[in-house]
Design a protein. Structure first.
Length: 273
């Protein structure tokens, strides 16, 4: 028998990709300890024929229904059927659109997928993603001055995932490993355009991540120096000293998610301009 205290069904209906719903649903679920959502995502639902099997599935596995459907008739139908099924439903877009309409004094276009148009912002994000991949882990150092942000740090400080997350926001990011005894690229030291920021973490955090990392069983690889706490302490001292010498801001990622680290970097950009 399903234990409602441990998990619940979360139905996410979207006339587009469903990304907004997934983010909102997970953000809300995270506020309730011990309540784990079983997500059912239904993207690209744009007519009643597509909606009917979704509602049948909700009837079989009742739970919370969140939806983003801009077609008013279809949205009203979802509300009506959810009431008949006895399940709570929320149109996440409607209260937001109402605020925008009241403030702007005009009605929304109610165009499906309007946030995914192939405009300049879209292509800027694609370009930023390409840049992040090309300049990951110290690659192509001659182009650092083309970046918006350069992230530096020792191994396992989340440089790559943070770079990718920022790239999804259209920010061109390169990342550079800090290795004691290895000189920094001259192009990094001469760069004038990008914000250069260092990432650090506690010794415990880095040790834990390194020990859990899949090393691929590379032939001849000795993991001992990589996971040795004394070596990690020295690496962190080196990283902090480098950042202090060049007056680069430092962010401790020990208790930060990738999203929080990225937000901290974004917040730094205008302050240093």
């Amino acid at each position: 028998m399903e234990n409602r205290r441990n998990f619940f069904h979360l139905h996410l209906i979207s006339d587009s990709t469903g990304e907004t719903l997934i983010s909102a649903g997970r953000a809300a679920s995270a506020q309730f300890r011990g309540a784990n959502p079983i997500e059912h995502v239904y993207p690209l639902i744009r007519n009643k024929q597509q909606l009917l099997p979704v509602l049948e599935h909700i009837d079989e596995k009742p739970g919370i229904v969140l939806y983003t459907i801009v077609d008013q008739l279809l949205a009203d139908y979802v509300d009506q059927r959810c009431k008949e099924l006895g399940v709570p439903s929320v149109n996440l877009l409607e209260p937001v659109l109402a605020v925008f309409q009241a403030y702007l004094g005009s009605r929304s276009r109610r165009r499906v997928g309007a946030q995914h148009v192939l405009n300049a912002d879209y292509f800027r994000r694609i370009e930023a993603l390409d840049f992040a991949m090309d300049h990951d882990d110290g690659q192509m150092p001659d182009e650092y001055d083309e970046a918006d942000v350069v992230i530096v740090g020792i191994s396992r400080t989340s440089k790559t995932p943070t770079s990718i997350y920022l790239a999804n926001r259209g920010i061109k990011v390169a990342n550079v490993p800090l290795v004691p005894g290895t000189p920094l690229p001259e192009s990094l030291l001469k760069a004038t355009k990008p914000l250069i920021v260092g990432l650090v973490a506690t010794t415990d955090r880095i040790s834990q991540v390194r020990e859990n990392r899949e090393l691929g069983h590379t032939k001849g690889f000795d993991p001992s120096p990589y996971t040795d706490r004394a070596n990690i302490i020295e690496e962190l001292k080196y990283a902090r000293a480098v950042c202090a010498r060049h007056q680069w801001p430092v962010i401790d990622v020990s208790r930060r998610s990738i999203e929080e680290t990225a937000a901290a970097i974004v917040a730094l950009r205008p302050k240093l301009r």
